[in-house]
Design a binder for this molecule. Structure first.
Ligand code: PLP
Length: 393
């Protein structure tokens, strides 16, 4: 079907060409809403039942629409295979429970999405899984916390929620022994490819930038085939399987990711510059600013600095609340990667499950605001944000 190997093509092109093997001549991914498929014979059924991801058997195990999405993400990430889940958290919990057992140890970055952090800190100990959190921006910190023979998994997120701190992917990929996992949701598959740096597994909440239209709740993890087969085999029991409708929306989102990411990062860079030095603003976090403490690493490892900007308002909780309430164009909502510019107050939304100590660890203050830049005209977005800041009493 394709004559030129995708290795010669840009990732922006692969976002268009990938994920078409299961869907015939259709350009838009067909929706296979069927939960179940006709079995050719008993012996064929026996074969399919043993496979971790049979494409046409029973849709909790596999489905052609879902397989199209999985293939596309695997190719984008330079991985052999991928497994889709019902959400990013479905993927996070599916991978952890597939790979870890009672007595296992996990090393995790303290900079993580609130739900991931809460699962590791509150749920894992109930299953006898011990977790050590480290400041993953400190060189060698993740590797230093590995206990040989006991640590099963090293988990990092880069760029990380919500302060957009980075983890050095070369350093993470060089850790041997435990499996290494990167939550690459904020970067998207066009922003970085952790597997190229030696990382074992890359995970996305495709609910965000990949889906990109706020209409798909979807997660995915990509890696080497045997590992993905193992995760899929467990995933069939775990049950957090992707819906075929969400997979279709996820793949439709991937097709337009490159133009959206370009516009969102252009606006984010301009917003970050406008906020920097504003008298009501304390710190501005954006990997594309030369003031970002890991800007050199960002230039080395990111192809796009992305659409998220996080900043601290000097007036704390009162200022954060007044800012959110004064916005007219920008919408108060907590996801990211969609067409609308969104503002969220992490302490009371994405990270509301964390206690004060965990919030301090994640460096989330009461005046911290995370912006997800959308597709409106850049000037209109900046004007609304500056006007809302000027409204703070
Ligand atoms: C949103 C998010 C998740 C969770 O994804 P859901 O699709 O909401 O379950 C995990 N990791 C990161 C970085 C996220 O932003």
């Amino acid at each position: 079907m394709t004559s030129q190997p995708s290795a010669d093509r840009s990732p922006e092109t692969v976002a268009i060409t990938s994920g078409r093997a299961h869907t015939g001549a259709a350009l838009a991914t067909p929706l296979y809403s069927s939960t179940v498929f006709r079995l050719a014979s008993v012996s064929e059924a026996r074969k399919l039942a043993q496979q971790p991801k049979p494409p046409q058997f029973y849709s909790r195990h596999g489905n052609p629409s879902v397989a199209a999405f999985e293939d596309a993400i695997a190719e984008m990430e330079g991985a052999d295979a991928a497994r889709a889940f019902s959400s990013g958290m479905g993927a996070v919990t599916g991978v952890i429970l597939a790979l870890c057992s009672k007595g296992s140890h996990i090393v995790a970055a303290q900079q993580l999405y609130g739900g991931t952090r809460a699962f590791l800190e509150n749920a894992c100990p109930r299953f006898g899984i011990d977790v050590t959190f480290v400041d993953a921006t400190v060189p060698g910190a993740l590797a230093g916390a590995v206990i040989a023979g006991t640590t099963m998994l090293v988990i990092a997120e880069t760029p990380a929620n919500p302060r957009l701190e980075l983890v050095d992917l070369d350093e993470l990929g060089a850790i041997s022994g435990p499996f290494t996992l990167v939550d690459s949701t904020i970067a998207t598959p066009l922003g970085q490819r952790p597997i190229d740096h030696g990382v074992d597994l890359v995970l996305h909440s495709a609910t965000k930038g990949i889906g990109g239209n706020n209409d798909a709740l979807l997660g995915v993890v990509a890696g080497e085939k045997d590992l993905i087969d193992w995760i899929s085999g467990f995933g069939n029991l775990h049950g957090a399987c992707a819906s075929p409708a969400e997979a279709v929306n996820g793949l439709r989102g991937l097709r337009t990711l490159s133009v959206r990411l370009r516009q969102q990062s252009e606006t984010a860079q301009a917003v970050a510059s406008a906020l920097e030095g504003h008298p009501a603003v304390d710190a501005v976090c954006y990997p594309g600013l030369s003031s970002h403490k890991q800007h050199d690493l960002a230039k080395r490892q990111l192809r796009s600095f992305g659409g998220l900007v996080t900043f601290d308002l000097i007036g704390g909780f009162a200022a954060g609340t007044a800012f959110i309430e004064a916005l007219e164009l920008v919408i108060p909502a907590m996801s990211f990667g969609g067409p609308e510019t969104l503002a969220c107050h992490p302490a009371s939304t994405t990270h509301a499950v964390l206690d004060d100590e965990q919030l301090a660890d994640a460096q989330i203050g009461m005046g911290t605001i995370r912006l997800s830049c959308g597709l409106e005209a850049t000037d209109d977005v900046i004007a609304d944000i500056i006007s809302a800041i000027d409204h703070i009493g």
